[in-house]
Design a protein around this ligand. Structure first.
Ligand SMILES: Nc1ncnc2c1ncn2[C@@H]1O[C@H](COP(=O)(O)OP(=O)(O)OP(=O)(O)O)[C@@H](O)[C@H]1O
Ligand SMILES: [Mg+2]
Length: 365
């Protein structure tokens, strides 16, 4: 077993509905129980923010600060490569400030890759059946952690796309602006190609690991294949030019990585229409475990695992496969039905109630 990253301590104040807290989790499994809307997911989110990546809920920074408070302050101490590290985050007026091991950082991108984690929640269960936007979000979130350069690249692409869309709308009123469109086309193609290349690279890493996990979960004969699927054929510049008339009419850019997808195939058949419910769940589980695997390769260390309310959604055999493959890592598991969810082994059990984390650490073994 290689090194495993571990949270040693989390402190939070002014964050969402959480009461000021000082949480020293167990090094293995941490079960966090409690009724709905008590703050379980908020607790995971507080730790997740230290990955430096995207919010797994798509939350805006202002929503993270507790209602009526000016700022949220978070402190995380974690063990990485057997070394204790600390990170601090302050969110105020929609701006995040990060400090790593006592050194202030210029932006969140600078803390990416220090604290590594994966999160698995019920929304992920629709990865196969859902729309391409969900699969792109999966890719983008995962890539932000694996490659610190991905988030700024993604932001540049989005910015360019927004500019182009605004221009498309302006041209109808100011036709003379048409000449400037090619400048944005050129930029969109440049950043778009770089974005697509990173996503292709990521899937080429993810696919064999997911295949392996799929075989382990299903003991089936199908082979799972994940491939990047561009929304256009051939060269992006040509496709963009060919769609220009249509884009001018609609005011939206119809070609580019913001329309791309992940092709998921089971023995060569499109999983979205072909896979059974059970097969779809196995595919998602395989993808999430593979995500942890790719992250471990890039960090040189196993990531912390957040299982938000997902265990009860899986049947007994998938639950046991998941927990068995994750054993040795630090896990934070939330759910409303505690007793069934707690497997054998050492761990801590906590209860979240009205933003207050209680329950002494008791052995669940
Ligand atoms: N900025 C904020 N200030 C105060 N309260 C907030 C803020 N943001 C969210 N909340 C509240 O936090 C509460 C707990 O949310 P959370 O998602 O953590 O619950 P949960 O325990 O995971 O519940 P469930 O079991 O339903 O998933 C919600 O009732 C929400 O209204
Ligand atoms: Mg929740």
């Amino acid at each position: 077993m290689p090194f495993c990253m571990r949270v040693l301590e989390l402190r939070a104040s002014g964050f969402r509905n959480l009461e000021p807290l000082c949480f020293a989790p167990h090094e293995g499994l941490n079960v966090i129980g409690g009724e709905n809307a008590q703050g379980k997911t908020n607790l995971l989110e507080a730790m997740w923010l230290f990955t430096g990546g995207r919010s797994f809920r798509g939350a805006k920074d202002a929503e993270l600060v507790a209602v009526g408070q000016e700022q949220a302050e978070l402190f995380l101490s974690f063990e990485s490569q057997e070394r204790r590290q600390t990170a601090e985050l302050t969110i105020r007026g929609g701006v995040r400030r990060a400090v790593l091991n006592g050194v202030p950082k210029r932006g969140m991108a600078e803390i990416v890759g220090r604290f590594c984690a994966v999160i698995f929640s019920p929304e992920h269960l629709s990865l196969v059946k859902g729309g391409p936007a969900e699969r792109r979000a999966f890719l983008d979130t995962a890539l932000c952690q694996v490659k610190p350069s991905y988030a700024p690249l993604y932001a540049r692409y989005r910015h360019t796309l927004n500019q182009r869309n605004a221009l498309l709308k302006d041209i109808s009123r100011h036709p003379e602006l048409l000449d400037t469109l090619s400048i944005w086309d050129e930029r969109l193609c440049r950043y778009g190609a770089a974005l697509a290349k990173e996503r292709e690279w990521y899937l080429s890493r993810l696919s064999p690991l997911a295949q392996e996990h799929y075989a382990g979960i299903s003991s089936g004969r199908e082979t799972l294949e994940l491939r990047y699927e561009p929304s256009f054929t051939g060269d992006m510049a040509h496709a963009l030019y060919a769609a220009r008339r249509e884009d001018l009419r609609s005011g939206h850019t119809s070609v580019g990585p913001h329309r791309d997808d992940i092709a998921i195939a089971l023995s060569g058949m499109t999983a979205r229409s072909f896979a059974s419910q059970g097969q779809q769940r196995s595919i998602v589980l395989a993808m999430k475990l593979a995500e942890a695997g790719v992250l471990a390769l890039s960090c040189g260390e196993e990531p912390v695992v957040f299982l938000d309310d997902v265990l009860s959604e899986l049947d007994a055999s998938r639950q046991s496969y998941l927990l068995q493959r994750l054993s040795g890592r630090q896990i934070f598991l939330t759910g409303c039905d505690l007793p069934d969810a707690v497997p054998c082994g050492e761990g801590g059990v906590f209860v979240m109630q009205s933003g207050r984390l209680g329950g002494e650490e008791i052995s669940a073994g």
